[in-house]
Structures are given as structure tokens and as C-alpha cells.
Design a protein around this ligand. Structure first.
Ligand code: GLU
Length: 433
């Protein structure tokens, strides 16, 4: 006789929500646990934050150029919609997992609430290496994925945007596919679109600009002058590449960069603009003329004042956190620092500006794009940038105050601010049905 299955308690978590699960979702759950003591009576609702509202897993079949068929696994997770429609990007990457997309969707909920945008949090992804696809295959993949998630997205339901390996062209295909299926043009169904299709001026640079904005504020608080400050950047795409250019324009010295293909070190300073051009042509920082190539692992030992992880999750870990020499870490990427590494950095008096505020510039201008699409009235780039800086500054200074008041890290302070907003909305709405 086979033994009976263990009894499920009424509150047992589904297996994919297991807090012992390693990976980004596990990191996120630990971050929520750290904030719970500060939520007062709202902590009654905290379980809401530990379970995504809705998870959709889709099969994305496409015909390849050689006539054969390929199947890819796609996801769209709506973590929370208490404060408004789901909002968050779509990532195309060979290592995308459900745990990752769940964590990214939850971080979107926190991020959107932290800067007080009227959105919940969502995220999507396809487990695919887009570099292996032709343009036609990429378009077919994007359109089929959009059709599959079309049942849950929409301008007032859930609004995708670019993320790792997705861009304005992919958003154009997503907008078109959704619109064709609906029988009407709905520009506000995605953000990060080309300007010619209802995109916003300043959106492309917005995440990097936000990283720069809050980075300067944080530096000011710890008495670190940006002119002459040495910065090291991991990831030289839309976030790290733009932030590096803004920092060097402000007088900082770019001493090290790393991406998936190469690591460069140049104590006298790399030319961020030239490097940006190099990456546009060659797809990587590797091979930049005149720069010293170093071993991957040495990146974390770089003598520098500011470190900007702007690539992927779980890069700063308990294994390398003690090697970081910077005084300030600004998280351009989502989830680059594990909770264990967070503790080490705090002990070592290294200030971490967490992802959920540091990289909120992108979604802030996505919000502006969505508003412009609905009102069919478009703003100047100066207006966009001025509003972005105002929102980011107000949010950051508010979070700084919370961190001081409770003597907690900026991450916990951001979570306190954001989770309070989300759970207040949750409680005011009440349970229905
Ligand atoms: N993918 C970006 C992020 O992680 C932007 C999301 C959006 O604009 O909706 O914040």
C-alpha cells in the first residue's frame, strides 16, 4: 500500500512559491519578510505580496526560416493590481524561468508604488536566445507570444514594455498584434514604442537617467563628489551605457566595465561615448581598442567609488560582496544583490541604492508615455526629463527619510514605503468576491 500523501494545511504555499526556493523569487520573499515588522496592522495583508495574483505560462510555437517548427516557453505574471493595471517589461533570454519572472513582476509592484505611479506590477518573458533568431523569426515569436498573452494584457489591464533583449521594434510588433486582434489601434497597450507610433521622447534614456539622478542624490548624502569619482559598470546596454555616459559627462571617471563577453579596466578612464558606439556596432564592450582586458572575476575587486550593476539578477552575492571597494552601489539591474550580500555591504558601510528606486526611471517615463497615448497630446523631451527628475527626487528623498527614521537600509525603506501603499489600497478595496 502506498503511504498517504501528507495533509495540506489550508495556507500551504503552492510548490512554485516555496520560500526555500533558490533564485530571484526566494530573494524577493526574504525582502518581504524584512519589511513585515514595519507594516503595523497592514501586515495582516502581507500574504498578498507573497503570491502573484495571476500566472500565465504559454507555449509559443513558430516556424523557423528553414521550415522546421520550434516551441518556446513564455510567461506573463501579474503580481499585484491593487493600485492599478499591471505594468512591467518583457524579457527575451535563454535563462528566463518562472521564478525569475515572478520576482521581476513583484519588484515592479514595489517599484511602481515606490515612485507612486498608479500601476500594479507585472512582468513577462520568453525562454529564448534572440541572437539565434533571424529578424523574421523574432517578429513571429513576438507576435505569437502577444496573441497568447492577449487574453490578459490591455491598456487598462496590463501594459508590457521593453526589458532585457527587447526594444522599440518589438514593442511596435506587440502593439500591432494586439491591435489587429482587437480590431482597433490601441497604442497604450505597450510602452517603449517608437516615437512614430506613440512612443515618448526620453523613454529610451529614462532608466539610465534615473540611475544617474538618484545616484547623484545618494552621493551627495554620503559626501561623495561625482566629479573625479571612479565608477565601475556591469552591463553596458540601455541602462548601464546611458548611466555611464551621464556620469562621465558630470565629471566621473569610468574605470571598469563588464558585460557578457568582456571585462575592461582602465584606471585613467574609458571614453563612455566611444564605448557606447563600439557596443552599438559590435554588440559588446569586448575588443575596445586601447583598453586593457581583465579576467571576469576581477571586476568585483575594481578600486572605485561607485559600482553600478546594470545587467542581471544575483550578481553581488555572499561570495563577492566582501571584495567590493566602492562606497556606493547603484542597482541599475533588477535584483542584482542577494539578501545575504545586502547584509555584508551594510556591515561594511557601503550604501546600496536598491533597484526598486534606482531603476524606476524607465517605468516612470513609461507612465508618461501611457498618459500621452491616452490624451493624444505629446510632451517635449525637456518636459519629460524635468518631470522624471522631479518624481525621482521626491521619491528618493522620501525614502531617505524613512531609512533614517527606522535606521534601516534604503531597500527596506523603499519596501516600507511601497508595501504600505500597496496594502493600504488592498485593504481599502477589500476582498471581493
Ligand atoms: N523593464 C523596465 C523595468 O524593469 C521597465 C518596465 C516598464 O517600463 O514598464 O523597470
Amino acid at each position: 500500500m502506498t503511504p498517504a500523501a501528507p495533509m495540506q494545511t489550508p495556507h500551504a504555499l503552492p510548490s512554485y512559491l516555496n520560500p526555500d526556493h533558490l533564485g530571484p523569487w526566494g530573494d524577493y520573499l526574504q525582502q518581504v519578510d524584512r519589511v513585515t515588522p514595519y507594516l503595523g496592522p497592514l501586515s495582516r495583508w502581507v500574504e498578498t505580496l507573497k503570491r502573484p495574483k495571476r500566472i500565465l505560462i504559454v507555449d509559443v510555437p513558430i516556424e523557423l526560416d528553414n521550415g522546421s517548427m520550434a516551441h518556446f516557453e513564455g510567461y506573463r505574471v501579474q503580481h499585484n493590481t491593487s493600485r492599478g493595471p499591471g505594468k512591467g517589461g518583457v524579457r527575451f533570454h535563454p535563462e528566463v524561468t518562472l521564478s525569475e519572472v515572478m520576482a521581476l513582476s513583484a519588484w515592479m509592484s514595489v517599484k511602481n508604488a515606490a515612485v507612486n505611479l498608479p500601476f500594479g506590477g507585472a512582468k513577462g518573458g520568453i525562454r529564448v536566445d534572440p541572437k539565434t533568431l533571424s529578424r523574421g523569426e523574432l517578429e513571429r515569436l513576438t507576435r505569437r507570444y502577444t496573441s497568447e498573452i492577449g487574453v490578459i494584457i490591455g491598456p487598462t489591464k496590463d501594459i508590457p514594455a521593453p526589458d532585457v533583449n527587447t526594444n522599440a521594434q518589438i514593442m511596435a510588433w506587440m502593439m500591432d498584434t494586439y491591435s489587429m486582434n482587437q480590431g482597433a489601434t490601441h497604442t497604450a497597450v505597450v510602452t517603449g514604442k517608437p516615437i512614430a507610433l506613440g512612443g515618448s521622447l526620453g523613454r529610451q534614456e529614462a532608466t539610465g537617467r534615473g540611475v544617474f539622478t538618484v545616484g547623484c542624490l545618494a552621493a551627495q548624502h554620503i559626501g561623495l563628489a561625482i566629479p573625479g569619482a571612479r565608477i565601475a559598470v556591469q552591463g553596458f546596454g540601455n541602462v548601464g551605457g546611458i548611466a555611464a555616459q551621464l556620469f562621465t559627462q558630470a565629471g566621473a571617471v569610468l574605470v571598469a566595465v563588464q558585460d557578457h563577453e568582456g571585462s575592461l579596466y582602465q584606471p585613467a578612464g574609458l571614453d563612455a561615448q566611444a564605448l557606447w558606439q563600439h557596443v552599438q556596432t559590435h554588440g559588446s564592450v569586448a575588443g575596445l581598442e586601447g583598453a586593457e582586458t581583465v579576467a571576469r572575476e576581477t571586476f568585483w575587486d575594481t578600486p572605485c567609488d561607485v559600482m553600478i550593476p546594470a545587467a542581471m539578477e544575483q550578481q553581488i552575492t555572499a561570495e563577492n560582496a566582501h571584495r567590493i571597494q566602492a562606497r556606493l552601489v547603484i542597482e541599475g539591474a533588477n535584483g542584482p544583490t542577494t539578501p545575504a550580500a545586502d547584509d555584508i555591504l551594510r556591515e561594511r558601510n557601503i550604501l546600496v541604492v536598491p533597484d526598486v528606486i534606482a531603476n524606476a526611471g524607465g517605468v516612470t517615463v513609461s507612465y508618461f508615455e501611457w498618459v500621452q497615448d491616452f490624451s493624444s497630446f505629446f510632451w517635449s523631451e525637456d518636459d519629460v526629463n524635468a518631470r522624471l527628475v522631479r518624481i525621482m527626487t521626491e521619491a528618493f528623498e522620501g525614502i531617505w527619510q524613512v531609512a533614517q527614521a527606522h535606521q534601516v537600509s534604503l531597500r527596506t525603506a523603499t519596501f516600507i514605503t511601497a508595501c504600505t501603499r500597496i496594502l493600504q489600497a488592498r485593504e481599502l478595496r477589500g476582498l471581493y468576491p
